[in-house]
Design a protein around this ligand. Structure first.
Ligand SMILES: NC(=O)c1ccc[n+]([C@@H]2O[C@H](COP(=O)([O-])OP(=O)(O)OC[C@H]3O[C@@H](n4cnc5c(N)ncnc54)[C@H](OP(=O)(O)O)[C@@H]3O)[C@@H](O)[C@H]2O)c1
Length: 425
């Protein structure tokens, strides 16, 4: 199947919709033509591959859009559906087609997936309506996630009289993963998912293998195009990649982890295996696994928007208040580079991750990092897209790292250094 048709053919075409009867050929997204500042930048990027079925998913640029804040009133404070739609439109205009969501995002959980589906359909229809002949079709690549809550994976029998047997547990986890996947597909209004990820390791319970078996089943049934994981340590990632390949002949496409100038664990935390001390970056480069970098703007702290006396509202306020002043020295260095390069501070923060992902010893394969910043509106999406089409040079990278080393400020996250659960996975 032509990958450009992906989002279109997955969309249920509603009677009366402008998509009904639209020829699936020679329609234009008009990306390059309608892009304002970003067209040259986006054209300069090489496509990035997420390994998977039928050649996997090819992204136009090494940048995605995080949709955790879509429909979330608890942590992020609500942003309007209209603003979120503008963020998706602006992202697409800049070649950003990957949207990351999860079954647990939104208030109530699942709301983010509903919005991503609805907005994706609306934007696709608009693009088709304004399309000219002989141009590429629009494509939105949706990534979502399965949440391995302990009560889903631990293998405790429902009547609490004891533990399930191994085959019973496998079947329970299988039903849980496939049921959650189908529920996500319903909310998104999609017939298959481009990238389906295990949101975090199964810390409670025997191990992750039953989840990986179920992901492989979904892959072979054509329900998902690529399999990904999230918050996996280097050694757990190696085990997962080896298991999926050897047992199921499924490539592992990605590991989604926190990565920003304030949180450089993917570059520094090493595998604790006696025979392997590579970092996550090195393992991913060697195995062709993409790193989806979450919180690449340190939840807004690296955009320069928040300073002393100017803090985000709601739940984030306390955390930001404890960190904001410590980041000043880094922001000053970022501002110098942003001014010289004529880009936003957010673009410098995102470009750091992209460039760090590609910086390898001479002659080695590049690591590819795909930051997935959470833009809430068109302006933020446009500022973030300024990260495309250029790379920080070695001197700038060194100065940024030196400044970052002076900052003791981290967001909470599942530590990559945590290697194993009690059964040794
Ligand atoms: N796998 C996981 O466990 C996991 C964990 C966390 C996140 N994620 C994923 O990663 C995505 C991004 O991470 P994140 O949302 O935690 O943090 P982030 O991308 O570092 O920060 C996003 C927030 O920064 C602000 N912002 C974004 N662009 C901006 C710009 N250009 N200028 C000024 N402010 C800007 C917005 O918030 P305000 O306007 O309110 O300041 C936005 O919601 C999420 O949406 C989610 O898809 C995954």
């Amino acid at each position: 199947m032509d990958s450009k048709l992906a989002f279109l053919v997955k969309l249920p075409v509603l009677p009366g919709s402008s998509l009904a009867g639209a020829p699936r050929s020679a329609r234009s997204l008009g990306l390059c033509l309608t892009t304002r500042s970003g067209d040259v930048a986006y054209a300069a990027e090489k496509p990035v591959l997420l390994a998977g079925r039928n050649g996997g998913v090819q992204l136009r640029v090494p940048l995605g859009l995080g949709a955790w804040s879509f429909g979330d009133r608890f942590y992020w404070g609500s942003s309007s559906e209209e603003d979120n739609t503008d963020a998706v439109r602006e992202s697409l205009r800049n070649g950003v087609t990957l949207i990351d969501t999860a079954e647990v995002y939104g208030t109530p959980p699942g709301r983010s997936e509903q919005l991503v589906g609805r907005i994706g359909r609306q934007v696709t229809e608009e693009v088709l309506a304004n399309a000219g002949p002989d141009s590429p079709l629009p494509e939105i690549n949706v990534a979502t996630k399965y949440a391995p809550f302990p009560w889903r994976t631990a293998g405790l029998s429902l009547n609490l009289l004891g533990w399930l047997s191994r085959p019973q547990r496998r079947e329970t986890v299988r039903r849980s993963v496939l049921g959650a996947l189908r529920a996500s597909m319903r909310r998104l209004g999609l017939e298959n998912i481009d990238l389906y990820q295990q949101h975090w390791p199964a810390f409670v319970g025997e191990n992750d293998e039953p989840i990986w078996d179920a992901l492989a089943e979904a892959y072979h049934e054509g329900l998902i195009r690529c399999v990904g994981v999230s918050n996996f340590s280097p050694s757990r990632l190696l085990k997962c990649d080896t298991y999926l390949r050897q047992v199921h002949e499924v490539p592992l496409a990605s590991n989604q982890v926190q990565w920003s100038l304030l949180h450089r664990d993917p570059e520094t935390v090493r595998c604790l295996d006696a025979t392997d001390d590579r970092t996550l970056c090195e393992i991913c480069a060697d195995r062709g696994i993409q790193i989806l970098a979450y919180s690449p703007l340190a939840q807004g702290l690296l955009t320069g928007r928040y300073r002393k006396g100017r803090l985000p509202s709601g739940v984030r306020k306390r955390l930001a208040a404890s960190l904001v002043e410590r980041v000043d020295v880094l922001l000053s260095e970022m501002e110098r580079i942003a001014a010289k390069r004529q880009v936003s501070l957010a673009a410098v923060a995102l470009n750091y991750v992209i460039t760090a992902g590609e910086m390898r010893a001479a002659g080695e394969k590049p690591t590819i990092a795909i930051p997935i910043p959470g833009a809430k509106n068109a302006w933020q999406a446009q500022q973030n897209a300024q990260a495309l089409g250029w790379r920080l040079d070695l001197d700038e990278m060194t100065k940024l790292r030196r400044a970052a080393d002076q900052v003791d400020a981290k967001l909470p996250s599942i530590p990559l250094a945590r290697e194993s659960n009690r059964r040794g996975l």
